[in-house]
Ligand binder design. Structure first.
Ligand code: MSP
Length: 500
């Protein structure tokens, strides 16, 4: 059994989750479920990023202790995952002791190896980005908006020797063309490596920021939040225990945190620690609303759980995975959501399932006839299987769902062409009707397997109606055909009911 380890970014808990966070979890979940369906031994890690200045400030504003604030806020992210039906195996919180221990152990190791040094630093500090910036970052003599307030600061701090590993990283990026998906994003990393890398300030004096992990070699300082957060991927993988899941096969992240955090800091940290590199980054784009990035700072957000409450988790998952071309940006539109729900899910998919099951009940007392699957549909099924597999191996959920839609349309067209209600009236057409019904049962069976990564609860409901057992829901079970012959189907249920 192949092992497969996938992560999402861990979300800052200084604000409530929005559709952008929900998308990333659903994307990683679809990939995780796809691998489980292929029989892989999957470990799916998600969670929250709880330290740092933003969290400390938000807690202060509320007048509560940071830990109490994090306990409350991480609950919202946990409930988001439950609402979305994600199948994660572990929900990481960076305030857990086991994580803090690993961060401190890594810092000590880098310090002992001479990769961390202490130096008086004079410069500028961006409060919003929680990092030192230089005059080179100015645009037309002004600090860009994204930095928020910039303070001039003189402060001794600890630095990590990024520069020492620059040449290694360039070579690593060059030697691994499939390291970052989509491929064009690798250029962002290579581009950033064209200029000399400065070393990374990895400490904050406690007098300024108390909410962090204390440095093991100087308790007057806490660890820079990114240095703490990135380590979660290793610390929650069962590090130091038998069966540890590291290295990750896929880190799912948004495009804003590829450079420098994941594309530069993280590989260099691992390299300096002598730890294996993650195999791939899956970098998605941004959800926009009214033409601007959805973001809690601006309040330009859609609450994913509101949509889930109204339409169901599967409808939400379908919309985001179908609408966004993985890697590109997409615009959220409530009208478009409603249309996809009504037309793709209700009129096409739900309708096909309902027709197939209802007709088997009406014309064959609910027993799937033993008959050959009609060749045209058989071919469409096989194309869909291959198309979905190829798309998902490239993380292209939108393409996988297109292939599924094509098979669904073919199924509906087949019903219209063969008109089972006419065949049922003619005793000479008994065998033909058997074959049509067996073909429909087969189409719906395969569809239920193919949609599982995207519409897990719908897939389960269809499989229950078809009387399929657990072993039969895996992708490899999508052959041989005719598996359902002789089985009794259940009561058809409306999968995507009409909305007023
Ligand atoms: N805490 C860091 C990540 C640390 S990972 C070791 C962070 N948190 S975040 O809450 O700001 O973002 C979490 C994830 O949500 C990121 O991958 C980010 O790209 C994603 N999104 C936040 N807003 C988004 C959209 N509007 N659209 C899609 N995803 C975006 O960064």
């Amino acid at each position: 059994m192949a092992s497969f380890f996938i992560t999402t970014a861990i979300d800052y808990v200084n604000g409530l989750p929005h559709l952008g966070h929900a998308y990333e979890k659903v994307l990683a979940d679809a990939v995780a479920r796809w691998h489980r369906s292929r029989g892989d031994d999957v470990f799916f890690l998600t969670g929250v990023d709880e330290h740092g200045q933003k969290v400390q400030q938000s807690a202060q504003k509320r007048g509560i202790e940071p830990k109490a604030f994090c306990d409350e806020m991480s609950g919202h992210f946990r409930r988001l995952c439950e609402g979305l039906g994600t199948s994660h195996d572990r929900f990481a919180r960076t305030t857990e002791n086991s994580h803090k221990r690993v961060v401190r152990q890594f810092l000590q190791q880098l310090h002992d190896a001479g990769d961390i040094y202490f130096e008086q630093h004079e410069g500028f500090y961006s409060v919003r980005q929680e990092q030192f910036v230089t005059e080179k970052d100015m645009v037309d003599g002004q600090w860009p908006e994204i930095f928020g307030e910039v303070l001039s600061m003189k402060e001794p701090n600890y630095f990590f020797r990024l520069s020492k590993y620059q040449d290694w990283l360039r070579k690593h990026a060059e030697d691994h063309p499939d390291w970052i998906y989509p491929a064009f994003r690798r250029n962002e990393v290579l581009g950033a490596l064209e200029k000399p890398l400065g070393d990374l300030c990895i400490s904050r004096p406690k007098s300024r920021l108390a909410w962090g992990i204390p440095l093991p070699f100087d308790e007057d300082y806490v660890t820079y939040v990114w240095f703490d957060a990135l380590v979660n991927y290793v610390s929650f993988s069962g590090w130091g225990e038998p069966g540890c899941r590291w290295p990750a096969d896929v880190h799912t992240i948004g495009k804003d945190i590829l450079v420098p955090a994941h594309g530069i800091y993280w590989p260099i940290m691992l390299r300096a620690l002598g730890i294996e590199q993650p195999k791939h980054f899956l970098v998605h784009g941004w959800w926009h609303l009214r033409g601007e990035k959805m973001s809690k700072t601006t309040g330009n957000v859609i609450d994913p759980l509101e949509l889930v409450d109204r339409y169901g988790a599967d409808a939400f998952r379908y919309y985001v995975l179908r609408e966004m071309t993985v890697g590109q940006d997409a615009d959220f539109s409530p009208e478009n959501f409603a249309t996809r729900y009504r037309s793709d899910l209700g009129n096409d998919f739900g309708n096909l399932v309902n027709r197939a099951i209802s007709m088997i009940r009406r014309y064959r007392a609910g027993i799937v006839p033993a008959a050959a699957i009609e060749p045209v549909v058989k071919e469409a099924i096989s194309e869909a299987r291959n198309g979905v597999a190829e798309a998902m191996d490239n993380f292209e959920t939108h393409r996988a769902l297109e292939r599924i839609a094509r098979l669904t349309q073919r199924g509906n067209q087949f019903v219209d062409e063969r008109a089972p209600w006419k065949l049922a009236k003619d005793p000479a057409q008994t065998a033909a009707l058997d074959s049509v019904l067996a073909t429909l049962a087969e189409t719906v069976r395969i569809l239920s397997i193919l949609v599982e990564p995207f519409l897990p609860s719908t897939a389960g409901r269809i499989q229950q109606q078809l009387g399929m057992d657990q072993r039969e829901t895996r992708f490899d079970a999508s052959t041989p055909d005719g598996l359902l012959a002789g089985r009794a189907v259940g009561e058809p249920q409306p999968l995507f009911p009409r909305m007023e």
